[in-house]
Structures are given as C-alpha cells and as structure tokens.
Design a protein around this ligand. Structure first.
Ligand code: PEP
Ligand code: MG
Length: 324
C-alpha cells in the first residue's frame, strides 16, 4: 500500500466526476515539515503554533519565534503555511501560565478569548509572524472564533501589528491572508458580513463536533455516541459550504476526521474542496477520492437522509463496496 500511495504523490486528488480536492497537512513542529515533500501535501493547512509553546518550560521570546517561523516558511518553500495563532486553554495548558480554576475548561477561557483579553502574547506572536514572512506572503488563522466581533477584534490586532512594523521600518509581507476557525456551531450562523469579510474559513471538526453534540472530545464514553457522519452534522456542514459558496469564501476542514477516507469522501460530497490532515493520511484519502464520483456519493447521502438514517456510514460503506 505504501508504494501505491507513493505513486500518487504528485497526482491530484481528482474524483471521477472531475472535482479536485486540495489536500494539505497539519503540523506543529519543525520536525513535521519534511513530510511536506514525502506526503504530497499541497501546503500546511494548519500549523498549530501552540506546540512550540507547550514543549518549553518558559515563554519563548519574540526572537525565538521569528527564528522558528522563518525555518517553517523556509522548509515549506513555495507551499503555503496557515499559521494558527496560539490555541491554549481547555486541554492545552502552558506549564508556565497560571492555571485557571474553571468548572468547564472546554467552554472556558481559551484560544482567541485569551488572545483578546490579554493580548500581550498574541501581539508578540503576530509581530514575529510578520517579521518571519520577510517580505513574502503571510497566512494567519485565528482559533475558536465564535462570533463576528471576535474576528474583527483579532483582525484589528493584526492590522495594528502591521502598522507598528511599518513605522519601525521593517519589511512588510507581500500579501496577508486572514482566516478564522469554525469550531463552534454559532459561527455558521454569523451575519453575512462575516462571510464577506473573512479571508477564509477552516472547520476545526474536533472542537466543532464536541460542541455540536455537546459531547466532550476527551471523554470516550460520550464521544463515541455521535458519529461524524451523523446526518445532522453533515447537514450543518452543507449549510456552511453553501454560505461560503454564496460569498466566495474559501473553506477547508482541518480536524482529524478529514484524514479518515470515508469521512473525507462525505465531506467532499457535501462540497468541501480542501482538507488538511496528518501527513500519513494523505495517501489513503487521495487513493479513495480518486476512485469515487462525488455526485454519486452525494446521492447516497441524500437517500440516507431521506430515509431517516441516523448516520450515513452504513449506506456509504455499502456503496463503497461497489466502487472499483
Ligand atoms: C479542531 O478542533 O478540529 C482543530 C483542528 O483544532 P485542535 O484539534 O488543535 O483543537
Ligand atoms: Mg480546535
């Protein structure tokens, strides 16, 4: 199988119907970057910057961050890297930060909420990213945006950081793309203006699923009750795809489920055209996507929904047996 996947490395994930799905990889450490070549990923769709903070026992300095981000961009070459700003809190606690005593950390002070309330670290990080871009393009994504105002506030921090760098005489990025992660169901219902203004959206399915079904992603007992291919979840994704299509907003999916071949086919059938996953998943996902017709997959999903199936997994598995 490894050889079969290797032979697909430079081929597109083009389905039988002609639709092409962009496959990118998730990363977080510099050591992940060599996989960019080996896996055939078209870029880094999610760079989890908190890993650099989690592997230390003190806060990294701005100089250290500039150096790390430069090395990441250098290793990626012409391929795009989507830097997600610090996503801490909940299950990711920095050893050198005062622990918060919260009854529900997953619903608590985390990710962009920390970044906006105590902007010191976010500002340092944005400044480091701008400097690391060194006159090249920069792509930044904010985690856990639950409402429009959080996006505009985070975006304003980035604009301020760019302005400061300009005044200081530093070279500015040639192009800046700014996106948000859709990890709470609320963002899918944000005002039209949000979809028009945001540069791109990436669905953080791990968190989105936990909040969609109100089932802790760390709690095996409850998390297994709700299938990703649950018809309600797929219908929600379909709505987000539609809203993005109407406003020409690029949309991707970067949660772990994107790397599961059957899930990937269903997401693509719902209209998603970019998936980001662990490097090792790219081969298997591409292999399956190239064998299916997404219009047929969509018909199977629609039939299952009409029938009232709880999940489309059974229908999908049956249909996939008929695919050559
Ligand atoms: C997600 O929630 O799906 C996601 C990609 O972010 P993380 O897993 O780092 O919370
Ligand atoms: Mg998340």
């Amino acid at each position: 199988a490894q050889e079969r996947y290797a032979s697909l490395r430079d081929k597109p994930a083009e389905a039988k119907c002609g639709s092409v799905v962009r496959l990118e990889m998730n990363a977080g450490l510099i050591a992940d970057l060599p996989s960019l070549v080996g896996s055939g990923a078209e870029g880094v769709g999610l760079f989890r910057t908190e890993l650099q903070f989690l592997v230390r026992n003190q806060m990294p300095t701005r100089t250290e961050l500039v150096d790390i981000y430069k090395r990441v961009l250098k290793a990626a070459g012409d391929k795009r890297v989507v830097f997600r700003t610090l996503d801490i809190g909940s299950d990711k606690v920095l050893p050198y930060m005062k622990p918060q005593d919260e009854p529900n950390p997953a619903l608590g002070w985390r990710a962009i909420r920390v970044g906006l309330d105590k902007p010191g670290v976010l500002r340092m990080q944005l400044q480091a990213l701008i400097r690391a871009a060194d006159g090249g393009p920069l792509t930044v994504m904010f985690p856990f945006i639950a409402q429009y105002e959080e996006y505009t506030a985070a975006r304003a921090e980035l604009d301020k950081a760019i302005e400061r760098e300009r005044i200081l005489g530093h070279v500015l990025p040639s192009e800046v793309k700014v996106g948000a992660m859709l990890e709470t169901p609320s963002l899918g219902f944000a005002p039209e203006k949000f979809f028009e203004e945001v540069g791109f959206l990436s669905i953080g399915g791990n968190d989105l699923k936990q909040f969609f079904f109100a089932a802790d992603r760390e709690n095996e007992r409850v998390r297994r009750r709700y299938d990703t291919l649950n018809v309600s979840f797929l219908s929600y994704l379909e709505m987000v795809v539609e809203r993005c299509r109407a406003t020409d907003t690029p949309l991707s999916f970067c949660g772990e489920d994107a790397g599961r071949p059957i899930e990937a086919v269903c997401f693509a059938a719902m209209g998603l055209r970019a998936l980001s996953m662990r490097p090792a998943s790219i081969g298997p996902v591409k292999h399956l996507l190239r064998r299916v017709n997404l219009d047929e997959a969509k018909a199977v999903i629609d039939e299952a929904r009409t029938r009232g199936d709880m999940s489309v997994r059974g229908a999908m598995a049956e249909w996939l047996k008929t695919v050559k």
